[in-house]
Design a protein around this ligand. Sequence first.
Ligand code: SF4
Ligand code: SF4
Length: 249
Amino acid sequence: MAKWGMVIDLDKCTGCQACTTACAMENNTLPGESWQDVLYYNEGEYPSAQMKWLPRPCMQCEDPSCVHVCPTRATYKDPDAGGIVFVDWNKCIGCKYCMIACPYGVRFYADEQPLIEPDMRDVYPGENGQMWSPPYQNPEQDWRRGIGIQPKGVVSKCTFCYHKVSKAPEGVPDLDEDDPELVEYVPACVRTCPPKARYFGDLDNPESNVNRIIGDKHGVRLLDHTGNRPQVYYLGAGAGVPAFSPRNS
Ligand code: SF4
Ligand code: SF4
C-alpha cells in the first residue's frame, strides 16, 4: 500500500487559488470552509523582501495530534488508505478538540454565522441532517471517511481526495495529471493547479517522482518541530523561515 504524499513548490505557486476553488467544488464544502487555503508570508528583508504564497492542505501527519485527542476515535489515520487521516462523521460529536490540537488550522466546523453573506445554508437548505444542499453535488458519499456533504455538528477536513486516489491502479509511484491513464485519480487541487506547483505520489516508493524531488530540491515540512511529521512537503521555502524545517525522518 502506498503512503500518499504531496509536494508543493512555493517558487511556482502564483497564489491564484484555483486549488481552493477546485477543492470546494470537489468536496461540497460550505462557503467559508476552505480545506485548501492559500496563505502568504514574507521572505527576506527590505530591500530584497519577497511575498510568497503558502497553500495549506491537511498535512495527513504521520503522528497526528488531532488523532491523539479525539475522545470518540472519530478521527483516525488509516495506513491501509495511504496514511490519510479521516473524520468518521458517524462518530464525531463536534467537541472540536481536534481543531485545537491541530497545529496547522486545517479543520472546520460550521455552526457560527459565516463571514460570507448570504448564509448559503439558508439559500440551499440541507436535507436529511446535512449542513446544506449545494447546487452541484459530488455524488461520492462516504461518511466513515468524512467524504460527501457535511452533516450538522461534525468537523471536516481535506482527505487528499481519497474518493479519487483510492481508485488508482495499485503500485503506481505517482499520480501525474499529465498522464491520461491516471488524471482522473489525481486530487482536485493537484489536477487544477495552472503552474503545476503540486505533485502527488507514493512516499514509500523510492522510484516515485515525489521522493526524487523532495531529495533533489531539499523538500521541507511545515512546523516540523511539533513532531507531527507531515506527509506534505514544500519546495522553495527559504531556509530563513523558521516554520519550515529540513526532512529529518
Ligand atoms: S494537519 Fe492537523 S488535521 Fe491534518 S493530520 Fe495533521 S494534525 Fe490532523
Ligand atoms: S470534534 Fe469530532 S473528530 Fe474532533 S475530537 Fe471531537 S469527536 Fe473527535
